[in-house]
Design a protein. Structure first.
Length: 148
């Protein structure tokens, strides 16, 4: 089975909702939560916040500007219980958000057959539903990400 990483919204304007979304994906079984912000937010501070509201997913940060302070890296690593990874695993493959369960199964099967260890998928309500309810044959369009 291929691991699933969720690329969180790149511009977390509503931080409370962004953290709630991350916690929802963590609880739904995402193997990793990816932070790749392009909005000027401090990605290490966001990773520290994620460490506090999540408990199982690996926290992958791509692209902090400048040379990160060693104390900051150690602090985030300790807050996350060793789940923190700087710059990510380069052998993970980025894929588009699934349009449905059949497409999702095909994407995962294809990646596993090619030996890809993990895929990174943009966060979205459909992905959250698929992770929460992998065996549900229906399509649910009524879900909102931020469940608090």
């Amino acid at each position: 089975m291929v691991m699933v990483g969720v690329l969180l919204d790149r511009d977390p304007e509503a931080l409370g909702e962004w953290l709630a979304d991350a916690a929802a994906f963590d609880a739904a079984g995402a193997d990793a939560l990816w932070v790749d912000c392009e909005s000027g937010w401090d990605v290490l501070a966001l990773a520290a916040a994620l460490a506090v509201v999540t408990f199982r997913s690996r926290l992958v940060v791509a692209g902090p500007e400048g040379e990160p302070d060693g104390r900051t890296l150690e602090t985030v690593s300790r807050l996350s219980g060793g789940r923190f990874a700087l710059l990510g695993e380069h052998d993970w493959e980025r894929v588009p958000a699934p349009q449905g369960r059949a497409e999702w199964r095909n994407t995962c099967t294809d990646a596993a057959e090619r030996g890809v260890p993990g895929i990174v998928v943009p966060a979205g309500p459909r992905l959250l539903d698929i992770l929460r309810n992998p065996d549900d044959p229906g399509e649910r369009h009524d879900l909102q990400l931020a469940q608090g």
